[in-house]
Design a protein around this ligand. Structure first.
Ligand SMILES: *Cc1c(COP(=O)(O)O)cnc(C)c1O
Length: 494
């Protein structure tokens, strides 16, 4: 036999420890400076797509040979820190998007270093157990039964889709997974304020978007439970099969929380799956002042929450909880011959659509310990308090019309002093004016809002899921919005 040559392999991707250390330390220093600099930066540079592409050198071809890793990391940091929209900025209040908790940034680094595959327990023993503990802690925070099951997914959409598919499997009949929907007219019910994930879910699930029954809301944007009951009855009489009702624990436009306890009653009455979309708002159940709004949440068969929103985890982290974990297995698991994983522990590929899975739980697990339930309850309560303060300061301004305030969302619009907001003839003008105002405000970088449409009126919308926002930030909003509003109004009337 030939003597094997002992020659160290030198792989192009390997980084000698010293090089890794240097590049890593430099990056950590830069990130620390970046975090410190946030309040002094604009929220966004407002650059156009072509300016961004130019900064990137977007047209450049695939590099033929390699470049020093440290220099690459430096350039990547420059690109990100100089050309991003910073959702961690104290005055970022767009959509439902938080900045990343610093401990979450470190968690992502550590998670990538260990790189567990959280699909199977054998491939991720500690990580899988940490995921299980994190799921339980989230349930405890929300007063959801702690013996529930669940898993991390990419975000609220996926968490809701997982709940939807669990409900479909549970109520759609035993042959649904092998034979498909097979002519059964499965129907899902939700308020007209429900997030668009449900259309994707109905589509993906093969039910079609017309299977979604949008139920009217009251003036406070909460679902009309009597209308819900009536629609379910009608569908049953027509031979349809109601299988799921969605309760919103914080709608995306106005933060409305549906009467969950009443929806739970309807679900029992008609034997349908009760799913709660808590992607934005459910975490507020941890704040003592808000807890009463969420009565009935614990009766949900499934619940979607979104740690990358109100737990301030870096993207991506969504979480689907189910009262009875076997319902997730019933909806997702298959056992092909090439899977030989023990069944003594949870194999997360059994509980959801993913196979290989990253370690999303770590950043949430660490943050929950860094601040505890108390820390979260306080930050979330502060966000809601600041939102109410914003609403109040907007209400006091004669050229602003305060529209709604719920959880940590305030909506309002600019109405020039000489215009009568109730005059139907200027409705379109006010909509266009506020739309242009928002575009300008977003590009200006002083603060960042998004929009909502409230009863046909275009509104500016501030959603505070931001542990860096202060009262001063919030009280600056009326002056800023009116200043830009006046500019736009002046130009338009010329
Ligand atoms: C954000 C949100 C979603 C979607 O969550 P993603 O994390 O963006 O996928 C769904 N429902 C509600 C109520 C939301 O606020």
């Amino acid at each position: 036999m030939q003597q094997a040559k002992k020659e160290a392999r030198r792989s192009a991707l390997a980084m000698p420890a010293e090089e890794f250390r240097n590049a890593g330390h430099r990056l950590v220093d830069r990130i620390a400076d970046f975090i410190d600099s946030l309040p002094q930066r604009p929220v966004t540079t407002g650059e156009s797509p072509s300016e961004i592409r130019e900064a990137l050198d977007a047209g450049r071809g695939l590099p033929e040979s390699g470049t020093d890793a440290g220099a690459l990391i430096d350039r990547a940091a420059n690109l990100m820190f100089d050309h991003s929209l910073f959702n961690a900025h104290p005055r970022f209040w767009g959509y439902v998007t938080s900045g990343a908790a610093p401990i979450g940034m470190l968690a992502e680094f550590l998670g990538a270093a260990a790189n567990p595959n959280c699909g199977a327990w054998l491939l991720s023993p500690m990580a899988s157990e940490i995921e299980g503990q994190t799921i339980r802690w989230i349930a405890e925070m929300l007063n959801y039964p702690a013996d529930c099951g669940g898993l991390f997914v990419s975000g609220g959409n996926m968490a809701n889709i997982v709940g939807f598919l669990a409900g479909r499997a549970a109520k759609g009949g035993t042959e649904l997974r092998s034979k498909g929907v097979d002519g059964k007219r499965l129907r899902a019910y939700c308020s007209s304020e429900t997030h668009t994930w449900i259309q994707k879910a109905a589509d993906i699930a093969g039910l079609g978007t017309e299977s979604v029954r949008w139920i009217a809301v009251h003036k406070d944007f909460r679902i009309d439970v009597e209308a819900l009951r009536k629609k379910i009855r009608e569908d049953v009489e027509a031979g349809d099969k109601p299988f799921l009702v969605v309760g919103n624990a914080g709608t995306v436009s106005t933060g409305a929380v549906d009467p969950l306890i009443e929806i739970a009653g309807v679900c029992r009455e008609f034997d349908v799956w009760f799913h709660v979309d808590g992607a934005y708002g459910a975490m507020a159940a941890a704040a003592p002042d808000a807890a009463a709004m969420f009565v009935g949440l614990d009766e949900a068969d499934s619940l979607a929450v979104d740690p990358h929103k109100w737990l301030y985890a870096p993207l991506e982290a969504g979480c689907a909880l189910v009262r009875d974990v076997s319902k997730l297995r019933d909806a997702f698991s298959y056992h092909p011959a090439y899977y030989h994983f023990g069944v003594q522990a949870t194999n997360y590929f059994d509980l959801g659509p993913q196979n290989s899975r990253g370690f999303r739980a770590l950043k949430v697990w660490l943050a929950l310990q860094q601040v505890g339930r108390e820390g979260y309850a306080e930050m979330i309560a502060d966000d809601m308090r600041l939102s109410r303060a914003m609403y109040e300061s907007v209400s006091k301004h004669s050229e602003l019309e305060a529209m709604t305030q719920g959880l940590s969302i305030a909506t309002f619009r600019y109405v020039p002093a000489d215009l009568d907001r109730s005059d139907a003839k200027i409705a379109d003008y006010l909509n266009e004016l506020n739309q242009e105002l928002l575009t300008r405000l977003q590009q200006g970088g002083e603060a960042y809002l998004s929009n909502a449409v409230i009863g046909g009126r275009y509104a500016l919308r501030a959603c505070i899921v931001n542990f860096r926002t202060t009262l001063e930030d919030v009280e600056g909003v009326p002056e800023l919005v009116v200043r830009i509003g006046k500019q736009v109004d002046g130009e338009r009337r010329k």
